[in-house]
Design a protein around this ligand. Structure first.
Ligand SMILES: Cc1cc2nc3c(=O)[nH]c(=O)nc-3n(C[C@H](O)[C@H](O)[C@H](O)COP(=O)(O)OP(=O)(O)OC[C@H]3O[C@@H](n4cnc5c(N)ncnc54)[C@H](O)[C@@H]3O)c2cc1C
Length: 316
């Protein structure tokens, strides 16, 4: 059976849900899982991964994220312990680590995978291409196989692991590029990439002030917030909220698109959401082609009603 190493993420002092998802996938594919967790307080978070099947967790403290140091530490574990497959969350940090790891280990990387299964010792991966218009199946030839997985596509499953934590040293002193400043985006909301429900707004919101409706609806639902590129370009919201080809990729259970036309570049970042609800006054808007439920109406009428109904329903 292939030996699989799952890579975790610590961002803004918190262990991301993706860490548990990677361990769950490793356990499901091979019956046992090991993990690497590097970041602030990694030792403290490491034990938590045992509940998702991790037998061994290599934990290393690192204050500021360094893709180079992270990839070097993982490469050394892969070589010394003989791992065949490395699973990495397909986020900003994961993308950097995977590329560096591919170069360090002289092997291939399959990225942004939404489905995967073992075939013999190979992991066969399904990933979207052409901004989600088609899917291809791919596998890495040779070992180790490096795979980045789109968040929220695999789910998290509890399963007891031995939870042995091995301390590792992560050395960023040889970095060719250094982080000189770090500004954390402080928000009490769940990040869109981790959320079960995402409420996203587009140009149809008309202004920064009315974009607040998106946030209010999200807060009633306990959801993450996102945007198409139009509100980002108009500076109604921060760039890190953009969802799509040049923004973040989300895959929640429910995606609510308000005043978003559904351009191909937007669909690339949310098309794998499980249940898509759209509100758009144009019945021919492309977003309806991917929607489970579509409301053809003025969002300024629909959203206040949605908010009132949901507040009653949820007792808020
Ligand atoms: C290289 C490249 C990369 C890109 N990357 C991204 C990306 O990552 N993410 C992204 O989102 N875009 C991206 N874009 C831009 C993309 O092509 C679209 O321009 C953008 O997604 C449009 O945003 P929108 O749907 O909010 O605006 P629009 O396309 O203008 O749509 C607004 C929608 O709101 C509806 N509407 C208006 N008023 C109301 C109302 N009162 N009630 C209900 N509905 C209403 C309209 O019917 C319309 O469908 C990229 C483009 C390029 C070229």
């Amino acid at each position: 059976m292939a030996k699989i190493l799952a890579i975790g993420e610590i961002i803004n002092g918190k262990m991301r849900k993706s860490s548990k998802e990677m361990v769950s996938v490793a356990k499901k594919l091979s019956g046992s899982a090991s993990a690497v967790l590097i970041g602030e307080n990694a030792q403290g978070f490491a034990k938590e991964l045992a509940a998702f099947g991790a037998d061994t967790i290599y934990a290393g403290d690192l204050k500021d994220f360094s893709g180079q140091a992270y990839a070097e530490a993982v490469a050394s574990i892969v070589k010394s312990k003989g791992y065949d497959v490395v699973l990495i969350p397909h986020g900003n940090t994961g993308r950097e680590i995977s590329a560096r790891l591919g170069a360090l280990l002289d092997t291939g990387v399959v990225s942004d995978v939404v489905e995967l299964a073992m075939e013999g010792d190979s992991v066969v991966c399904k990933r979207p291409v052409y901004s989600g218009k088609a899917y291809v199946k791919m596998k890495v030839i040779g070992t180790p196989q490096i795979i980045t997985i789109r968040g929220n596509t695999q789910g998290i499953a509890e399963s007891a692991g031995a939870g042995n934590v091995e301390s590792i040293t992560v050395d960023a002193s040889g970095d060719k590029a250094k982080q000189t400043n770090y500004v954390a985006q402080v928000s009490s909301r769940i990040p869109a990439a981790e959320a079960d429900i995402v409420v996203a707004g587009g140009r149809g919101l008309k202004s920064k002030e009315s974009f607040a409706m998106v946030e209010e609806l999200a807060d009633i639902l306990g959801a993450g917030v996102g945007a198409s590129r139009a509100p980002v370009d108009a500076e109604w919201v921060e760039p890190n909220m953009q969802i799509g080809q040049t923004g973040q990729t989300v895959s929640p259970n429910v995606y609510i698109a308000l005043g978003i036309s559904g351009a191909i570049q937007h669909l690339a970042g949310m098309g794998s959401s499980k249940f898509i609800i759209s509100v758009n006054k144009d019945p021919d808007a492309p977003i309806f082609k991917v929607s489970t439920l579509g409301v053809v109406d003025d969002l300024f009428k629909v959203v206040p009603t949605m908010k009132d109904e949901l507040k009653t329903l949820l007792g808020k």
